[in-house]
Write a protein that binds this ligand. Structure first.
Ligand code: SF4
Length: 329
């Protein structure tokens, strides 16, 4: 695929959440959820954002939509720094930027029929004349593999996978330019996961969608993403075209995550790299490389100096001192 222009540019994004304590409930510390994160998402591209729980990936998704306010950094969407927009101006952009939530059930009002759920999304953004919204709702249901007859059902009458399809239809209702899919399949059974991923993959091609696809495991994003960014403890460790990342990961953390993903070639297995210990507290992350307390290759320099993301191949960047010293994995 030829490289297309950026739709989203994230630069130096930081998010610290205050931790309160003591009798006066004062701020005593900060959770460093996102630390100096920069990346772009190109038009028509799906960028996977992958990491264990506590890596900051969901916070990044919320920051780029301004569902959370960032501590520092900029988010430029289609040439506009949306961090500087007023609430009213941001509402105009909301129509262009949608989210698919992790838990489809929690994100749907149990007392609303699907027709109303989709109708609200259309009315909120003033899309189409009221008389035509029913037709649009039918079109959306069919687009996500459901039927017009199901429009008058309530959310509890659907399976988990069907509810996620409704969540996708609701996000597509406003013809968005950009979607954040926040772990859209992690609450689903494995067999249903594959169906929803295939649906997203088909919709991506059909509608030329631009998407930030957040997931906690590399297996989930493999078939839907053009590029993948791997996050650990609030930072991006590696970002690369999907084919390069799965074929030849550069960063020891990516290698470890990938070692748990089955290869498509029969009989071929990846060498399992088990990570020991838990992800450290984001209140007090390790000095230097934040991955060093679990990295099987850590050296003295890793505690002293923070590795920057550096180019290690075409469109491929990795933040590891050993890579910089010419010792790729
Ligand atoms: Fe491991 Fe050091 Fe590379 Fe960090 S910089 S990933 S600790 S080798």
């Amino acid at each position: 695929m030829s490289i297309r222009e950026d739709l989203l540019r994230v630069d130096g994004l930081v998010k610290h959440f205050p931790v309160r304590g003591g009798a006066l409930n004062r701020v005593v510390n900060h959770v460093q959820a996102v630390s100096d994160v920069s990346f772009t998402v190109r038009r028509g591209e799906v960028l996977g954002l992958v990491g264990e729980s506590g890596s900051g990936k969901t916070t990044v998704g919320r920051l780029v939509l301004r569902l959370e306010e960032a501590t520092a950094g900029t988010v430029e969407f289609d040439g506009t720094n949306i961090m500087q927009l007023s609430k009213a101006e941001m509402r105009r952009f909301r129509k262009r930027m949608q989210i698919i939530f992790q838990d489809p059930f929690a994100s749907l009002n149990p007392r609303e029929r699907v027709r109303t759920v989709i109708g609200h999304a259309l009315a909120l953004h003033n899309i189409g004349a009221p008389a035509t919204r029913g037709d649009r709702a039918i079109e959306l249901m069919e687009q996500v593999g459901l039927s017009a007859a199901q429009l008058d059902r309530f959310p509890h009458e659907f399976s988990g996978g069907q509810r996620q399809r409704i969540g996708i239809a609701r996000a597509l209702a406003v013809n968005p330019d950009f979607i954040v899919a926040d772990e859209p399949v992690s609450a689903l059974d494995v067999s249903v996961q594959a169906q929803v991923i295939n649906l997203l993959s088909d919709l991506k091609d059909e509608l030329d969608l631009t998407m930030l696809f957040i997931a906690h495991d590399l297996a989930v994003v493999e078939h839907v993403c053009d590029r993948v960014a791997v996050m650990y403890l609030g930072k991006i460790m590696e970002i690369a075209p999907a084919a390069a990342l799965y074929d030849k990961p550069n960063h020891p953390y990516t290698e470890a995550l990938l070692s748990a993903v089955p290869t498509p070639e029969p009989g071929k297995k990846r060498k399992r790299i088990a990570l020991t210990g838990d992800i450290p507290s984001p209140i007090d992350p390790p000095s230097g490389c934040v991955f060093r307390s679990r990295c099987p290759r850590a050296e003295a320099i890793c505690a002293e100096k923070t590795p920057e993301l550096e180019q290690v191949g075409p469109d491929h960047f990795s933040a590891c001192h050993l890579t910089r010293k010419g010792q790729p994995s």
